[in-house]
Design a protein around this ligand. Structure first.
Ligand SMILES: CC(C)(COP(=O)(O)OP(=O)(O)OC[C@H]1O[C@@H](n2cnc3c(N)ncnc32)[C@H](O)[C@@H]1OP(=O)(O)O)[C@@H](O)C(=O)NCCC(=O)NCCS
Length: 336
């Protein structure tokens, strides 16, 4: 386990929160839910058919002690949840029958538990796709005040401690928003800055990446980045953010000094914001493989209550880590 994750576990234990895991019949989820309770990281609720959950736990010799099990199809609050969903979505054509069907789906039922305050966060996606998890988050939990874009970040843990904060850098967006407009790119930068502050316990230095540094080239792709920078600065005047910067100018002090003299970010960035999903997704995968860097994520951000997706190939330990990351984000960092 990386030191970063060890620290996140320790922080989570200081003020555990309630987390619902929608795929409660999955053995990896059962294991992670039990570990989270035993380690004092979170109070966990898992959704699914109780008999199936108990049988799966028994066959894998896993304890369900203190893990709350909810069968969403027989829950006393199902009608109330369906009514809330209907009221939220009727203008978009939802019917009462559809609302009941949607609320029987654990992904949406779990998101509604968060909306209603029964749980603080959801962790789903061990079997559902990223797009499904994003839709449940967008439709039910909604967005954090001041943000309109659900996005994601990766914590990249490099063995080369020369970069970022002792080798740790946050990358975004590498998984959700395919071609952000400037306002969305500004949202991604602000959300990632907040994620960094809450998880790392220090102010971020945010680099808006491009193939140009400070006007070295001219193109509409660069204009998008500089416009996003202006929006982010206007909305968060105290945020330490700069652009447009090339990757080397963002990370290497001598190059940052040469190409962007006087910048508070160039050469010492801790958060890298990519201009679109092509750049972000390719960038994180190359860093992971060529740089022998651990990539933790994608962690969803921008929701009113930090909740997360999982990779369908995840292990129980990955799920436990995401639970801990959500708990620490819920504990929050002071907003600038
Ligand atoms: C997030 C995602 C699932 C949304 O897809 P969608 O449901 O088809 O979205 P639509 O464009 O039809 O929009 C539906 C609604 O969601 C909203 N929405 C879409 N993406 C959003 C986002 N990132 N943040 C906030 N709201 C969003 C839209 O504004 C729209 O709202 P409206 O109904 O009030 O008009 C989509 O962006 C996606 O698939 N991203 C890529 C994920 C992926 O494949 N990743 C793989 C790489 S790891």
């Amino acid at each position: 386990m990386s030191t970063f994750i060890e620290q996140i576990h320790e922080k989570a234990k200081l003020a555990p929160r309630k987390v619902v895991l929608q795929e409660g019949e999955d053995v990896r989820v059962i294991e992670a839910a039990g570990q989270a309770v035993r380690l004092g990281i979170a109070e966990t609720t898992i959704l699914g058919a109780p008999a199936k959950i108990r049988a799966t736990a028994a066959s894998a010799s896993l304890s369900l002690d203190k893990v709350n099990i909810v069968d969403m199809t027989a829950a006393p609050n199902l009608d109330d949840y369906a009514h809330t969903y209907y009221e939220m979505r009727k203008a978009k054509g939802a019917t009462e029958a559809e609302a009941l069907r949607v609320m029987r789906d654990p992904l949406f039922y779990g998101a509604m538990m968060v909306r209603k305050g029964l749980c603080d966060s959801f962790v789903g996606g061990a079997t559902y796709t990223t797009a499904d998890v994003c839709r449940a988050g967008i439709q039910i939990v909604g967005m954090q005040p001041g943000l309109r874009t659900l996005s994601s970040f990766f914590a990249m843990i490099s063995p080369d401690k020369a970069f970022g904060r002792d080798g740790i850098l946050f990358f975004a967006d590498c998984a959700v928003v395919i071609n952000p407009i400037p306002e969305q790119l500004a949202d991604i930068a602000i959300a990632t800055a907040d994620s960094y502050a809450s998880l790392m316990g220090e102010e971020p230095r945010v680099a808006m990446l491009s193939f140009s540094t400070k006007g070295s080239a001219k193109h509409e792709h660069i204009d998008k980045v500089t416009k996003a920078l202006a929006v982010a600065k206007e909305r968060r005047p105290k945020l330490c953010i700069d652009g447009e910067l090339q990757g080397d100018a963002a990370l290497v002090p001598a190059i940052g000094e040469k190409k962007a003299k006087g910048s508070e970010v160039a050469g010492k960035a801790t958060v890298l914001i990519f201009p679109d999903l092509d750049a972000g997704n390719i960038g994180y995968k190359l860093t992971e493989r060529l740089g022998k860097t651990e990539a933790i994520g994608p962690i969803l951000q921008g929701m009113a209550k930090p909740s997360s997706d999982l990779s369908r190939g995840c292990k129980a330990s990955d799920i436990l880590n995401v639970i801990a990351i959500n708990v620490v984000r819920l504990q929050g960092a002071p907003q600038k």
